[in-house]
Design a protein around this ligand. Structure first.
Ligand code: NAP
Length: 278
């Protein structure tokens, strides 16, 4: 490693499945940087020690994934997004302080901006399926962008009810039986459950009540074209997929660590698609 080489990593347990190295090393090569991005398998009991010595390990910053995101929040200085979501996925140093954010928030909205540039004109109200970590990030992003009402439907209703207390009155917990009713006035539907993912049960939903101008987004990216997105496209609805969000959420970390704002290009997307197809 040269004296000027900068490094970042993704920390998880396990970590072999992470696509982040493919994304960041693609940008490092594209921009001709003297830099590297690695995977770090760090067990839960070793995590606190690892990130409190991140610089000593040679890192300018890191991504953090399962199961460390809540601990990363507690052990760093989080911004408003990470605090509201309750989880941090990106760490960097600012004047010696270890700071954190949650880039799923901007990853989701930036992907919508790219895929359906006029989505905000269509979506005064949204329906979010799921109330886990990714739903919190998506809802926070929608609130940042000024959506008036976000109806949240979840298998465990207590979790969607808790989101209103956490994220504010724009969040409206809704029972599954009321889904057709709220879909009829929604300009945006987002799947934040793991349903529809390879190896998981299918997402069983009737898109019939959605208006024709509605946008459908799925966070699931394996398979790339989920049944939800295929059904929406067949009906002529605009869509945004999970791979786009995964790529867009990586932009900010790269900029913070390496000082260059990278772009999500068709070439990068093709490289990820090829890897996912393997
Ligand atoms: P999570 O915190 O574990 O939440 C999972 C959600 O799915 C919960 O709302 C859960 O409901 C629901 N769920 C799981 N199994 C279900 C079932 N059989 N029936 C009904 N609901 C079910 O997970 P997460 O981090 O939010 O991730 C959710 C999905 O988004 C995953 O597929 C993940 O890969 C994807 N994701 C993608 C990106 C991206 O960049 N594209 C980023 C983050 C996550 P309960 O509350 O009732 O358990």
């Amino acid at each position: 490693m040269g004296e000027t080489m900068r490094a970042a990593c993704v920390i998880g347990w396990p970590i072999g499945h992470s696509r982040s190295p493919l994304i960041h090393n693609y940008w490092i090569k594209q921009h001709g940087l003297d830099a590297v991005y690695r995977r770090e398998a760090v067990a839960p009991e070793a995590f606190a020690d690892f990130i409190s010595h991140l610089a000593e390990h040679g890192y300018a910053g890191a991504n953090v994934t399962i199961p460390h995101k809540e601990k990363a929040l507690a052990l760093s200085e989080p911004d408003d997004r990470a605090r509201a979501v309750g989880a941090a996925n990106t760490l960097w140093y600012d004047r010696g302080h270890l700071c954190s954010t949650n880039t799923d928030v901007e990853g989701f909205t930036a992907n919508l901006d790219a895929a359906v540039p006029d989505w905000e004109n269509r979506a005064d109200e949204a329906v979010v399926l799921g109330a886990g970590g990714s739903a919190r990030a998506v809802i926070y992003g929608l609130i940042e962008r000024g959506l008036r009402r976000i109806c949240v439907v979840n298998r465990t209703p207590e979790r969607s009810e808790a989101l209103r207390a956490r994220l504010g009155p724009a969040v409206e917990p809704v029972r599954g039986t009321a889904l057709p009713h709220v879909l009829a006035r929604a300009g945006l539907l987002v799947n934040c459950t793991s349903l529809g993912m390879t190896g998981q049960p299918p997402l069983d939903i009737d898109l019939g009540p959605l208006p024709n101008h509605a946008v459908v987004a799925d966070l699931v990216y394996a398979p790339l074209e989920t049944a939800l997105l295929a059904t929406a496209r067949a009906r002529g609805l605009a869509t945004a997929d999970g791979l786009g969000m995964l790529l867009h959420q990586a932009v900010r970390g790269f900029q913070l660590w390496f000082g260059v704002r990278p772009e999500v290009t068709a070439d990068l997307r093709a490289a990820l698609e090829a890897d996912l197809a393997r």
